[in-house]
Every structure is written in C-alpha cells, then in structure tokens.
Write a protein that binds this ligand. Structure first.
Ligand SMILES: [Mn+2]
Length: 198
C-alpha cells in the first residue's frame, strides 16, 4: 500500500501475518488532520486470535481518541489491555505547524527518524509490554526538519542499517521495496510503516 497520504506526508505500509495464522497479531492505525498526523503500531503478545484482540483494542482506542495527547493515549491503551493478553505499543504524533513530534513506546517496536542533514533520531522504548499493570512511560518530544523520513516496525522485522535505508532522496516506495525484498519474514507477524514528512 502506498500513497500521498496527506499534503505534508508520503507513506508506505506493509504487513504480513505469521505463517499458518488466520489473524495478524500486529495492528496499526494512522490518520491526519490539518494540524497533525498520528500513528499507532501495536504488537499483541504471541500470535493469532488473542494477539489480534489485544492489538485491535489499542488501535480502536487511538482511532476514537486521536485528538488526545500521546501520553494520555498510552495510559488509556494500558487500561484497555487489562484482562487481555497485552501488547507492545508505539504511538507518535506529528504536529505539522510547529514541526514537532511526540513519541512514546513500551515494548519491542523500533522507530527511526532521519533528517536530511544526516542526523538519525531513535528514541529507545521502555522495555516490557502493556497489560493494564501500573506502567511508567517515557514520552519524548523532538523537532524535525523538512524532508525528514521515519521508519517504524514491529519485531517481525529485524532491520539493520536503518540509516542507510533512509538516507538520500529516495521515495518511500523505493525504501519499502528494499525492506520487503531483503527482510521478508514469515516466522512472526511483521509490520512496517515508512513515511516522509514534507
Ligand atoms: Mn512480534
């Protein structure tokens, strides 16, 4: 799937399901308004039906409340996962006018932001996963340059060399095709989203 998602954003999304499973344990959602773009990636613990139930609960919560702050959404995602299996959750929100983005993650979802001056930003996740227990978050705020690119992916992908993937002026579709051709994996649910902030 590829598209000019928004006048300030190109996106490419790719998702595969673990071999032999009907339902994907990873879920994602994104939307944009005139003011911001918000994206959530959730990797439900394990695979199959109950992993899907957890990651879909997270996605639904964000879908219905995307105007809220990232930290608030993370807390509410944690609450919604009580009595479910649990999930790694990453949420980020990009504010177009101020060129700021806010990022928070608990669990094994990786995020890279590459700015055209060669700087790579990769906020480290809080280890663990959300399952309704008391949870500390580490929500971070950054500024980004025009033409910055981001890559977010679940642990079904094991991507080395994010910087060399994102550098240069290649369209997101070309970066995505390279990831698909060199990192395909059917042993786990796998999701990546690559975007370019114009
Ligand atoms: Mn996984």
């Amino acid at each position: 799937m590829k598209q000019r998602f928004h006048e300030q954003l190109d996106l490419f999304v790719h998702q595969t399901t673990k071999e032999g499973k009907q339902e994907c344990g990873d879920s994602f959602y994104f939307t944009a308004t005139d003011d911001y773009f918000i994206c959530v990636v959730a990797d439900g613990l394990g695979s199959g039906k109950f992993a899907n139930e957890s990651s879909m609960a997270v996605v639904s919560l964000v879908e219905q409340n995307h105007q809220e702050d990232v930290e608030v959404l993370m807390k509410r995602c944690n609450e919604v996962l009580a009595h479910k299996r649990g999930a790694a959750v990453s949420i980020f929100k990009v504010h177009f006018k101020t060129r700021e983005f806010v990022y928070s993650c608990v669990g094994n979802i990786r995020f890279f932001l590459y700015s055209p001056d060669g700087k790579l930003t990769y906020p480290l996740p809080v280890t663990g996963y959300l399952s309704g227990r008391p949870q500390v978050f580490n929500t971070q705020r950054y500024f980004y340059e025009p033409d910055s690119k981001f890559l977010i992916y679940s642990d079904g992908f094991d991507i080395h060399g994010a910087k060399s993937l994102l550098k240069g002026y290649r369209p997101v579709s070309v970066i995505a095709e390279e990831i698909i051709s060199t990192h395909q994996n059917s042993a786990d649910d796998a999701t990546f989203i690559v975007g370019s902030l114009l």
